[in-house]
Write a protein that binds this ligand. Structure first.
Ligand code: B12
Ligand code: SF4
Length: 581
């Protein structure tokens, strides 16, 4: 038997953990070949590659991101060899499997849910060792009639062999994300999420997980992402793993976790703030909504106060990057309520905030209740909603328009001072700034083109000039400071029209050169003189003092910003009041 286990990942940097578990569990009796592609690869290339491996059985790992492309591959592959046995598995086909078997008759078997044991037993069946009836958790058509067997008992995860020891994976560990599981299952029951279906949480063997991590780091893995549904359900377990990673991590490795914010205890965060090296950990925290009724309707228990405490403590610690997720389109969350959710979360100033739009996943409670909440949604994956009884498609489009500018102007951290000023002093709420700018952005067609750093500044300026009600002298000053703060050397281009009079410039340069106290506090590559000062500084008029971050209520003050550059370091700012210039 020649067995291929394959999948189409969302991007090249992703890897598929499921096929690695299926392979390690099937060994040593069977030696499946792993073949991974991406959803961007031409279908015929994928088919040709799999075909040339001359398989007798091909297992496809199917998810929301690859189902449409995978079906194309499956149909063509089966045409090239009608004898080929096609086994499908993964969350996307575990539910509505009858529909999939009917619509895609090229699929011979669908493995339902946890796949290791069922897949191996299907191989046993094909090897003539057992009958098909003995294979648990599998569905198929027999003479056009649907047959399915009950799932077997849940696996004891402590006994699963490691999915990480295949020599062929080693060369790719450094440039792809390695996914790792330390548990399966989630104790919560959020109705939009597939993980709510499985009951109970099972853990892998802690020592084996640690050994795997040591092995992965030793062989070059740089980004290791834990796919545990919520990593911190058990405090003692999470603490043990954090301590282990702090003690044994190799330089340059980053560990990412999905964290439930409100159950994170302050003492755990204090421990991390004190002991974790900066940049070692990254947390992804799903907030989804802050509307109590919405959370109740989707059975999501969430204490926003405690969640905020976690996010704030982590942020203040300055060691761990945080990414917060919101979902637009949940039940009873209309446009205004989503605006509130956004503002509640933005108030914490998370480093990254991502808006997702509700997808009605097969198998989830919300999809079953779709009618009750008046959902319309796309029939094909990813089943994104188009409207519901409180949110129109227009509302969704308006919310979507914020995505691009939120990404570019907040998540990419290009203009922290400017955005802070705009959201706290100019616009009624942060959401209003991102939303109104997003609509302007869309109207101008900017969402369809690329952007240089300078463009981001001129586009924001254009929007604000059109918006009015804004003191442009302050905004322009903050934008200048943000722009210069992004340079470690004299910028070749500036996005504003420079208005310095040559005489004023020379006078300020002289005053800088005469200020011995100032010169003793800044670092430049060489001692500053009248000849070289222009090479290492940049002087421009501003209407506000430079600072690390914009502070609400900062007073307007006319003066000159002197920026000192020293290669490889952040620029240093100095402010000279106008009358002293
Ligand atoms: C890693 C991951 C991603 C990665 C994908 C990496 C990649 N390979 O391309 C990224 C970050 C890109 C991602 C994105 C999204 N994801 Co995601 N993601 C996951 C996550 C966290 C881990 C998957 C995993 O490896 N699990 C471990 C393996 C071992 O378990 P498993 O996948 O269930 O596999 C078992 C069985 O399903 C079965 N099986 C699987 N394949 C096969 C194949 C065969 C032949 C057989 C026999 C059995 C079998 O056996 C396996 C072992 O028991 C899961 C949640 C989770 N913890 O599982 C969500 C999950 C898969 N994602 C989900 C969703 C909804 C999304 C998004 C749509 C979210 C969004 N942004 O709105 C996006 C879509 C991306 C896109 N481009 O369209 C849903 C999937 C729904 C679905 N029907 O596929 C999940 C289940 C989350 C959830 N709880 O709802 N995701
Ligand atoms: S959204 Fe998170 S907490 Fe809720 S069921 Fe899914 S994995 Fe569990």
């Amino acid at each position: 038997m020649n067995i291929v286990l394959t999948t189409l990942n969302a991007k090249y940097i992703h890897t598929n953990l499921a096929i690695r578990y299926l392979k390690s569990y099937a060994m040593p009796e069977y030696e499946p070949i792993l073949a991974e592609y991406t959803i961007k690869d031409p279908v015929l290339n994928i088919v040709s590659d799999i075909y040339q491996k001359k398989p007798t059985i091909v297992g496809f790992s199917l998810y929301i991101w690859n189902i449409e492309e995978s079906i194309k591959v499956i149909r063509i592959l089966k045409k090239t060899n009608p004898e080929l046995v096609i086994v499908a598995g993964g969350p996307e086909v575990t539910y509505d499997f009858d529909k999939w078997l009917e619509e895609v008759p090229e699929i011979d078997f669908i493995v339902l849910g946890e796949g290791e044991r069922s897949f191996k037993q299907l191989l046993d069946y094909h090897a003539g060792k057992i009958s098909l009836k003995e294979v648990p958790g599998v569905a198929y058509l027999e003479d056009g009639k649907l047959k399915s067997s009950a799932p077997g008992p849940k696996l004891d995860l402590r006994e699963l062999p490691s999915p990480f020891r295949f020599p062929e994976d080693i060369p790719h560990l450094g440039n792809r994300v390695t996914y790792i599981e330390t548990s399966r299952g989630c104790p919560f029951s959020c109705q939009f999420c597939l993980s709510s279906i499985e009951v109970g949480v099972r853990y892998f063997n802690r020592d084996s997980v640690k050994d795997d991590i040591r092995y992965l780091m030793k062989n070059g893995a740089k980004t290791i992402k834990f796919v545990d549904r919520t990593f911190n359900i058990s405090r003692s377990y999470a603490m043990e793993m954090f301590q282990f990673l702090i003690d044994e991590h190799l330089p340059g490795t980053v560990f990412q976790f999905e964290i439930t914010g409100d159950i994170m205890r302050p003492e755990v965060i204090n421990f991390l703030n004190e002991n974790a090296p900066a940049g070692l950990f990254r947390f992804e925290i799903g907030v989804q909504s802050t509307n109590d009724l919405t959370n109740e309707l989707v059975q999501r228990r969430q204490n926003f106060e405690k969640l905020s405490r976690t996010v704030t403590m982590v942020k203040d610690g300055g060691k761990i990057a945080q990414h917060l997720d919101l979902i637009a389109g949940l039940p009873e969350e209309d446009y205004d309520s989503f605006r509130d959710t956004f503002n509640d979360v933005f108030a914490m100033r998370p480093e990254e905030l991502q808006l997702g739009f509700l997808k009605l996943l097969r198998g989830t409670g919300l999809r079953i209740q779709a009618e009750q909440f008046g959902y319309t949604y796309i029939d094909e994956a990813p089943y994104e909603i188009l409207s519901n009884n409180v949110l129109t498609f227009d509302d969704i489009l308006r919310i979507k328009q914020t995505e691009d500018v939120l990404e570019k102007y907040w998540n990419d951290n290009r203009m922290p001072r400017t955005v802070e000023y705009l959201v706290s002093e100019v616009f009624e709420t942060p959401f209003d700034f991102f939303q109104q700018f997003g609509t302007f952005w869309e109207t101008k067609g900017w969402s369809r083109i690329g952007h240089q750093l300078q463009d981001l500044y001129t586009r924001l300026e254009e929007f604000l000039l059109e918006y009015g009600h804004v003191d442009m002298s302050i905004v322009t000053s903050l934008m200048k400071i943000d722009y210069l703060a992004h340079h470690t050397f004299q910028p070749r281009h500036i996005w504003w029209r420079e208005e310095m009079e040559p005489d004023t410039l020379t006078a300020i340069e002289r005053s800088v050169l005469n200020d011995k106290v100032l010169l003793s506090t800044i670092s430049t590559p060489t001692r500053l003189t009248e000849r070289n000062i222009r090479k290492h500084t940049f002087i421009t008029p501003v209407s506000i003092r430079p600072s690390e971050a914009y502070e609400e209520g900062s007073a307007k003050e006319e003066g000159y910003l002197v920026t000192f550059f020293c290669k490889g370091q952040n620029p240093q700012f100095h402010f000279i009041e106008k009358n002293k210039g």
